[in-house]
Design a protein around this ligand. Sequence first.
Ligand code: HEM
Length: 308
Amino acid sequence: MKRTYFPGITDIVVVTDPAEIRTISNDSRFDRDFIGHGPVRNVQRLRKMLRIFSLNGRRFPPLLPRTDPSRAAAQDELWSRLNVKADEVKHGPPQLEPLAEWVRGIGTAEKLGLLVQQSIGRLFLETFTATEESSAAASMVLEAASSSNVLRMLGWRNSGRLERAKTLLASMVNGDLTAVVAMITARQLIVDGLHKMRQLAADPALRSSMTTDAAVDECLFAPATVLRQAKTSGEVGGCPFRRGSLFILELGSASKGAANRDLVFLSQSWSRCPAEKWVPALFGGVWRRVSTTLHESQKTSRPSLIDS
Ligand code: HEM
């Protein structure tokens, strides 16, 4: 891990090693309380993140501290509910056809954003229908989160566009903030995964040789980073830290190796993703539909050697 420390200015530790990420994500000295004082750069970074990922003073669930009174119960409830839905989608039911059609090569990137937002929204509200506005709202919030352009950020904020975008999304899911954050951040990770799947499906050799598990694995992308803050001063893995030090856990790169796929959903951490089974099941279901129909169309378009 690498610490950048200038007293009063910045105190940020970047963690890239998979084992160190596991250690820090399970060490109770590091959490998501996110105290808003300390070195200037730390405070700026936290303020921006909390402003974007909260609505009307309420933080989105993936930013709540471990000990938040309702967090763990909500996480467990969602995990159980999504696991039931995982069993429903893993064999590729007809409801996955629009996504499968997109993976087969039909439709634009915008269309996929809409379809994925709708699939996520329907986990929370059966009648949820994504619109161009809701899709654009999610893209805008995500862009604001990743943009380092201070002027653009101020523009979004002062014009009220950022708040309006989040309010619109919340109004479509009865104010459920888990649904809102999933429609913004998880949507992008799933979209990236299905872009990858479209590439795989376009290659006839891969399409016929790849197992569903292997295809799913190729398409799972972790969030690039997640954040923790030190609650006390101390030392971890030889790196000293102070109360308020920020730890950036680089899941995107650390989760690449076969031995580190648990980091995609931080499955061994108290903060594990409640969708850790549903997302792979969704991808598996889509791949099954795509590989089956593509195989079948190959069978019908090419006479077999036995027939001839
Ligand atoms: C490819 C898709 C996804 C990936 C890679 C992913 C990954 C993650 C990771 C790494 C965390 C841990 C964050 C942290 O420790 O600070 C997390 C937390 C969370 N995820 Fe996901 N996620 C995905 C999709 C979803 C979806 C679809 C939902 C909701 C339907 C969801 C809901 C949540 C929630 C509520 C948390 C916070 C859990 C807690 O700390 O209480 N995620 N996710």
